[in-house]
Design a protein around this ligand. Structure first.
Ligand code: TMP
Ligand code: MG
Length: 212
């Protein structure tokens, strides 16, 4: 087994529809890992704190209008501007719990009718997650949860299309967790998946890049 002090952290991504519970599960997960003595940090995309992120945020709140390809590339740029920091953190041993990543980028833009391969292209070369956990909920159930904040994509018909594109993106790095279970059960399953993943990274699993 690897020595955790010399090993890298894991890149863990949570994906799912709006209202699938990603954000609360991400913060619970970080607290859990810290309690286990595993150094972890919560990240999210879009990262609205940067200049690019502010452009994205005003688009999402309908304060600005942007062409579909333009906003797609801004979401991607928002990941690229964090790439080197992401790699540096992982190499110092931090595990990153990331709320949305390239899969959101591709699923949401493809749902608008953009070609999926075109959508994937700007993501090539970003760090590949060690695991992607998909919090699975039907678009109808997610909408029933209420509290759609009124942002641009938070509409049932659109979320149905996004769900279809998420299905196309599933690969071997994905774990699907039923998001309709009691919150504690979702939490337990996530903890197991992530602990396994962190262990694999400590044992020497190499970082790779999208899409592989
Ligand atoms: P948030 O609610 O997690 O802050 O995400 C805001 C919205 O942005 C959400 O509806 C998903 C969408 N999104 C994209 O369209 N492309 C992306 O690359 C990302 C990260 C999110
Ligand atoms: Mg949202």
């Amino acid at each position: 087994a690897g020595n955790k002090k010399e090993s890298r952290g894991a890149l863990v991504v949570l994906e799912g529809l709006d209202r699938s519970g990603k954000s609360s599960q991400c913060s619970r997960l970080v607290s859990f890992l810290e309690e286990q003595g595993i150094s972890a940090e919560l990240w999210r995309f879009p990262d609205r704190t940067t200049n690019v992120g502010q452009m994205i945020s005003s688009y999402l709140t309908n304060t600005s209008q942007l062409d579909d390809r333009t906003i797609h590339l801004l979401f991607s740029a928002n990941r690229w501007e964090k790439r080197s920091l992401m790699e540096a953190k992982l190499k110092t041993g931090k595990t990153l719990i990331v709320d949305r990543y390239s899969y959101s980028g591709v699923a949401f833009s493809s749902a608008k009718g953009l070609d999926i391969e075109w959508c994937k292209a700007p993501e090539i070369g970003l760090l590949a997650p060690d695991v992607v956990v998909y919090l699975d909920i039907s678009p109808e159930k997610a909408a029933e949860r209420g509290g759609y904040g009124g942002e641009r994509y938070e509409k049932l018909e659109f979320q149905k299309k996004v769900a279809d594109f998420y299905k196309v993106l599933h690969d071997v790095s994905w774990k699907v967790v039923d998001a309709c279970q009691p919150m504690e059960d979702v939490e337990k399953q996530l903890q197991e998946i992530v602990l396994d993943c962190v262990t694999e990274c400590w044992k020497g699993k190499l970082l790779s890049t999208l899409w592989s």
